[in-house]
Design a protein. Sequence first.
Length: 343
Amino acid sequence: MSSDAATLTKSYKTPWTLIAFDALPGNPVSIGVSFTIALLIAFFSGRALADGVGNSAPDDLRVAITQILITGFSATAYAYLLMSAQKSTQDLSSSAKVVPNYDLFVDRAGKHPWWLLPLIGVSSYLIVGIPVTDATTPDSVNPWAWQTWSYDILWHRLTTVLFVWWMGCFCYVIVVESARLSRMSNKLPSLDLLNLNPYRPLVRQGLINALLVIGMASVVSLLGVESRYFAALVGLWIMFILLAWIGMMLPLRGIRGKIKTAKKEELQWCRDCLKRSRDSMKSGSDDKPSIAEITAYQNVIENIRNWPFDSPTLIRFTLYLMIPLGSWLGGALVERGLDFILP
């Protein structure tokens, strides 16, 4: 390994969010739920101590609670994505150990240059967080005049920084980790078309990617109960749908290329065998496979999908895309519940 490559490898570090989730007891979901509950407790405790009820509008309270939920989910989805990418790489070990530089692929799973993720987090806030804050604040109010912030608005600003940071890193990681899995599978020297089970981790990772993206879209969609967020949500939904498709298909791109190549080779072999069997049949010799056997095998190969997933996988992905629709109902229920509890 060259000195430049060695230096680059050393710069790859485990993100601090994953370090925190690994250090805490429980699985990522329970940790994420606990983190969200802790934020809610801190919010309501501070609100009571700071007398935040008197100078806050009901919609500000709803947005603050929703953004706390988004913050908890974005941190959990980000950590879970990194963990699942590491697990998928390990699960491919039975078939991918022959890949050149396999150890390097394994070592970099879930790791990224220490300076890049903070840069992406800051850039995400500058590119998305600030414009969305400006666009969703009434024209008569200066969103950056901190002296005028109510307690709820203060939490709006703080949680926006956090969840936009995590969402930006999440989007980057989902593309980079998927591309890494694709490159690793693309370097496989060969594969058995009649046994694609060793590559199921790639399909599982694609589904996990899609589910996490759609889950993110669903939680963000809770802001839809406030009309001022609708225009921003439309753009986010388009981005999330595109990201879900990329997250589903990109990990499988490399293995798809290998399947296409293997199918071409097998079909060419079938054509060659058919030609030889035809010539053998014409000459009266029976020392070649029968045309029926070759044709049956050819049909089997032709029916193998280039993408290594079946119809139930596509149905599951389609159902994932319908999940955000439930967020509208969930958001309405949250709004009614808060109006009933806090009139």
